[in-house]
Ligand binder design. Sequence first.
Ligand code: HEC
Length: 134
Amino acid sequence: MKRILFAATLVAIGAVAYAEPPAGGPPPMPPYILRPAAPEGDRLAPGRDGKALFEVHCGYCHLVGGMGTNLLTKQQMMAGNPPEKGLLSNREDLTADYVKAVVRMGKGAMPQQTKVDLTDAELEAVSKYLGKAG
Ligand code: HEC
């Protein structure tokens, strides 16, 4: 009987602890885990928001803390560039054609992204957003 009471007490304490996290609550999730909701609209239609599409389809690797950002930050720093250049959105040297080629063919540790991951129209918008070098 004592054992059952003890177990019930533990369950009750556990339930309270679970329901009410310690002061302040759990820490916020890192931004790369927060995959923003895809923008509304026809995925095959041209002219959608390249920045929003980039954040949805590439952000879990290419926003702050993502594995793509981490690897590219290391590469950029080894090339003598500031660490901010690890974020693709801060790069001035990417062309739209280069972005499209990397996305469809992959590069090193980056897996290729299919037309299901990102339609041609979406890739067009994303590459226009990132391709600041033309
Ligand atoms: C699964 C994670 C992942 C996703 C999703 C991803 N990437 Fe990447 N990306 C990487 C990694 C890792 C690298 C670095 C590859 C290497 O050099 O080994 C990279 C590299 C790149 C590069 C090359 C940069 C350079 O300096 O040469 C471009 C451009 C790029 N990604 C664009 C995109 C775009 C646009 C998307 C979305 C359509 C995307 N990536 C989705 C992980 C990802």
